[in-house]
Design a protein around this ligand. Structure first.
Ligand SMILES: [Zn+2]
Length: 339
C-alpha cells in the first residue's frame, strides 16, 4: 500500500515500541519552520503519507520483536505532513456527534464481550477529553460477532505495509471484513490484539473508505482502569503523532527527537522522549528529557506513553485539538454531520 501511507500512524500508532530520543537542543523553535510550511490540511485528492519504500533501518530494530518487523513510524513521509492553520475550520463546534460502530468479536468459548454500559462509560470519558475540540462521539451501533476466527488480530508490520495495497493489518484474522461504512463511521474493533495494546490508522494512511480503517483495541483495555487508551487511538485516527515522534530517527546522536522542531507538527508540544522505558518518574514533578527546554515534559498528554496518564488527568494541548479539527474536516469529511 503505497497508499498505505496512512496507516501507519495508526499502526504506529499505538504501538508501543518506538524508541525515542532525547533532545539536545534548546526547546524547539518551530516558528520559522511553521511559517515555511503551508498547511497540509487542504481538501484534495488523497495521496497517502507513506514513503515509496521502507528506508534502511526501519525494520528489525526499535519496534519489532524480530527482523521481520518494522517500526511503522519510520515509513512516514515527512513531506506529507504540515502544521494546521491557527483558526478552526468552518463548522466547529459540530452540530452532532460522530458515529461510532463498535465491532466486538466474541471468542469461541463465548467470552470476550464488553457490555454496553462499559462502552458508554469509556465513551463518556473520551467525549470529556474531546469536547474542547468542538466534537464528540456517539454510539451508532454495537455489533457483536460470533466469528471466533476473526477474534484475534495479530499485528505484524513488515515492508509489505508500504508496498502491498491490500496488506493484512491483522494477519490471517481480518475483523475489518465486517466493517460498517468506514468512510462515515468510526469502526472500533474489540478483539484479542497480539502485539500492541491498541492501534489506529491516521487518516492519511488508507484511501477514504478503506475497510481496514478504524481503531483496534485489545479487549483487556476495557477490563482495567481507564488509561485513556481509547482517546490515544482516536488521537491517531484524527491525525496526531506521538509527542515523542521524530523524523530524525536515523541520525547520529542520542536523542534526535530533541532537535526535531516539527516532530509532531504541533507547536505547543515540545519534543520529548518517550516514557515507555522511563518508568521511575515523579508524576507530580515532570522532568525535562530534552536539554535546553525550559518546560517540563507533558506527562499527562494523551499522545505520550506515560504511566502517569489516566482518563481523568489526560489532556490534549490546544495545538493538538486544532490539528484534529482540521484533519477531521479535510481528511475525514464523511464523518461530519450531514455528509
Ligand atoms: Zn500511539
Amino acid at each position: 500500500m503505497t497508499r498505505i501511507s496512512r496507516l501507519l500512524s495508526a499502526l504506529l500508532l499505538s504501538t508501543s515500541l518506538i524508541a525515542c530520543a532525547p533532545r539536545t537542543e534548546p526547546a524547539r523553535d518551530a516558528t520559522s519552520e511553521i511559517s515555511a510550511v503551508s498547511p497540509i490540511m487542504t481538501p484534495g485528492p488523497w495521496t497517502g503519507c507513506f514513503l515509496p519504500e521502507p528506508p534502511p533501518g526501519s525494520c528489525g530494530e526499535a519496534w519489532g520483536r524480530s527482523d521481520s518487523l518494522c517500526d511503522p513510524d519510520r515509513f512516514l513521509n515527512h513531506a506529507a505532513f504540515a502544521f494546521a492553520p491557527d483558526a478552526p475550520p468552518p463548522g466547529f463546534p459540530l452540530s452532532a456527534p460522530l458515529p461510532v460502530q463498535w465491532q466486538i468479536f466474541i471468542r469461541e468459548d463465548g467470552t470476550g464481550d464488553v457490555s454496553d454500559e462499559v462502552l458508554e462509560e469509556r465513551l463518556a470519558q473520551v467525549n470529556r477529553l474531546f469536547a474542547p475540540a468542538g466534537f464528540t462521539l456517539a454510539t451508532a451501533g454495537v455489533n457483536r460477532h460470533e466469528r471466533p476466527e476473526l477474534a484475534t488480530c495479530r499485528v505484524k508490520v513488515t515492508p509489505g505495509l508500504v508496498t502491498d495495497p491490500n496488506y493484512p493489518v491483522c494477519g490471517d484474522g481480518a475483523p475489518y471484513q465486517l466493517s460498517h461504512d468506514p468512510e462515515r463511521n468510526i469502526n472500533a474493533y474489540i478483539v484479542d490484539l497480539v502485539g500492541p495494546t491498541a492501534f489506529a490508522l491516521d487518516p492519511c494512511i488508507f484511501p477514504p473508505g478503506d475497510e481496514r480503517d478504524g481503531i483496534y483495541i485489545n479487549r483487556s483495555v476495557f477490563e482495567g482502569s481507564d488509561k485513556a487508551v481509547l482517546a490515544h487511538e482516536l488521537g491517531h485516527y484524527f491525525g496526531l503523532l506521538h509527542t515523542f515522534h521524530t523524523w530524525r530517527w536515523n541520525e547520529p546522536g542520542e536523542n534526535p527527537v530533541c532537535e526535531d522542531a516539527d516532530n509532531d507538527f504541533v507547536e505547543d508540544t515540545l519534543p520529548q522522549r518517550s516514557y515507555l522505558e522511563l518508568r521511575d518518574v515523579d508524576c507530580d514533578n515532570p522532568p525535562t528529557t530534552c536539554p535546553g527546554s525550559d518546560q517540563p515534559d507533558l506527562l499527562t498528554n494523551i499522545m505520550q506513553y506515560s504511566a502517569c496518564l489516566t482518563a481523568e488527568n489526560g489532556t490534549f494541548t490546544p495545538g493538538q485539538l486544532r490539528r484534529m479539527q482540521w484533519k477531521l474536516a479535510t481528511e475525514r469529511p464523511g464523518l461530519l454531520p450531514g455528509s
